[in-house]
Design a protein around this ligand. Structure first.
Ligand SMILES: *Cc1c(COP(=O)(O)O)cnc(C)c1O
Length: 431
């Protein structure tokens, strides 16, 4: 598959290059040249297909011929080694649990897929690739885990000091090997800005091959379309009008869902559920897209003031505001509403959500008010124990720690403090 830059000032490139470069030379995000809908039979037969078969068939066009068939099968096999259950709360609301991977965040799938693609492209290459990634919470852990031990790849993770949960911090600072954590004196947007600046810094890019593992990278972004297909497989027999409420930060996950829809998956509507960082909620109200500094919330993986993938969503809808609005609603909730939702989900359904899932749940409820016949699936994007302090406090109950979390809790944090872009640059150059 060829990819073009959304800034339209760089040449098209293939999947391999798009993965290795991350961002196009004109700073644009890459987007597939063409999305070919899957045959009708794919959806008619979905009950007879395994998750791995579904994933393989859905992603092939985006990665071939650069990744050959047998290699892709192996990558998919490896990436999807855990479950994606839909849990029904009632006739109108379900949750799709995306937290059964090694770091218990939905980003595990994208990170594992990308790491394996990069490992394949790099297998005969003697030059090392440095993956530079900014995290507002879960990306760091998922990327660190996904890339751990991948030959020829060094991973440098920037995270905002004091703005990620203890468990998230442990997950990205305790692995060692080819993984380094940089603790930034700032907020997530500062981390993201530093990463973007590094990609444009010729003094750096002339000395090392830098790439990104944020959802701007097509190999991290696109595999997320699997989730929507997995949920559809579990629900389509019982429910017709399936809508998804996606707790959104950089809007990669929801945008991948829209690609699944372009492939022909019968999704009725999307809901972008936001915390107080509500640029997109405001955009859908006013048609004015106004990025602003992020504010800290209890759903910190969504504390994004200028969602990087929103431009891809606009591209899918050819920047037609009315067409977008028909297919996408957005709501925004503050921390008090999110906490009340955690309690409500626990008391009403005996289900423990995490703060991100709780925002998604609220989006479902608001949408269902006007669409009582729909079935709304909110994505549970992280396991509740990753936000233990908040969750236990709010529902006044102890939550058992899964083994993936227990494994990191006692380990010692190793991170290098930085405060400016100059610090980052000096760090990278001296390696
Ligand atoms: C990253 C993340 C999100 C936001 O996903 P985007 O693809 O950036 O919109 C939501 N919830 C959790 C737990 C996350 O880690």
């Amino acid at each position: 598959m060829n990819y073009y830059s959304l800034n339209r000032k760089a040449p098209d490139t293939n999947f391999e290059n798009a993965v290795i470069k991350g961002l196009a030379p004109d700073r644009g995000l890459y987007f597939p040249k063409h999305i070919e809908p899957l045959p009708k039979s794919f959806f008619e037969d979905i009950d007879n297909k395994s998750y791995k078969e579904i994933a393989y068939e859905a992603i092939t066009q985006f990665v071939s011929p650069e990744i050959p068939e047998d290699v892709l099968k192996g990558i998919v096999e490896d990436t999807l080694s855990f479950d994606f259950p839909v849990v029904k709360l009632d006739d109108h609301i379900s949750t799709l649990e995306l937290f059964h991977g090694p770091t218990m965040a939905f980003k595990d799938v994208g990170a594992r897929f990308m790491a394996r693609c990069l490992g394949y492209f790099n297998k005969n290459n003697t030059n090392e690739v440095t993956v530079l990634v900014a995290t507002s919470g879960d990306t760091g852990g998922a990327v660190a885990h996904g890339f751990l031990g991948v030959k020829g790849v060094n991973v440098v993770i920037l995270y905002p000091s004091g703005k990620v949960s203890d468990i998230q911090e442990k997950q990205l600072t305790t692995l060692g090997q080819n993984i380094t954590a940089l603790e930034v004196d700032g907020v997530f947007d500062d981390c993201q800005d530093m990463v973007k600046k590094a990609f444009l810094d010729e003094e750096l890019t002339n000395t090392m091959q830098l790439t990104s593992a944020n959802s701007i990278n097509v190999a991290r972004w696109l595999p997320q379309l699997f989730y929507f297909m997995f949920a559809y497989k579990q629900l389509h027999k019982h429910h017709k009008d399936i809508v998804f409420s996606i707790p959104s930060g950089n809007f990669g996950n929801i945008c991948a869902g829209m690609v699944a829809q372009q492939l022909g998956l019968p999704i009725k509507h999307f809901i972008a559920s936001n915390n107080a960082n509500n640029v997109v909620t405001e955009y859908l109200k006013t048609e004015l897209y106004k990025p602003k500094p992020s504010v800290a919330t209890i759903s910190n993986a969504m504390d994004v003031g200028n969602p990087s993938n929103f431009i891809r969503i606009r591209e899918i809808y050819k920047d037609n505001f009315e067409a977008l609005k028909k297919n996408l609603s957005s709501f925004s909730y503050d921390d008090a509403q999110t906490k009340a939702a955690l309690v409500e989900i626990y008391q009403r359904y005996d289900y423990i959500a995490d703060p991100h899932g709780a925002v998604g749940y609220l989006g479902c409820k608001d949408y269902l008010k006007d669409h009582p016949n729909a079935h709304c699936v909110f994505l549970e994007t992280a396991h509740p124990t990753k936000f233990l302090d908040v969750v236990e406090d709010v529902i006044e109950t102890k939550v058992a720690l899964p083994e993936q979390i227990q494994a990191v809790i006692g380990k010692e944090k190793v991170a290098t403090q930085i405060a400016s872009y100059e610090d980052l640059k000096a760090f990278l150059l001296k390696r």
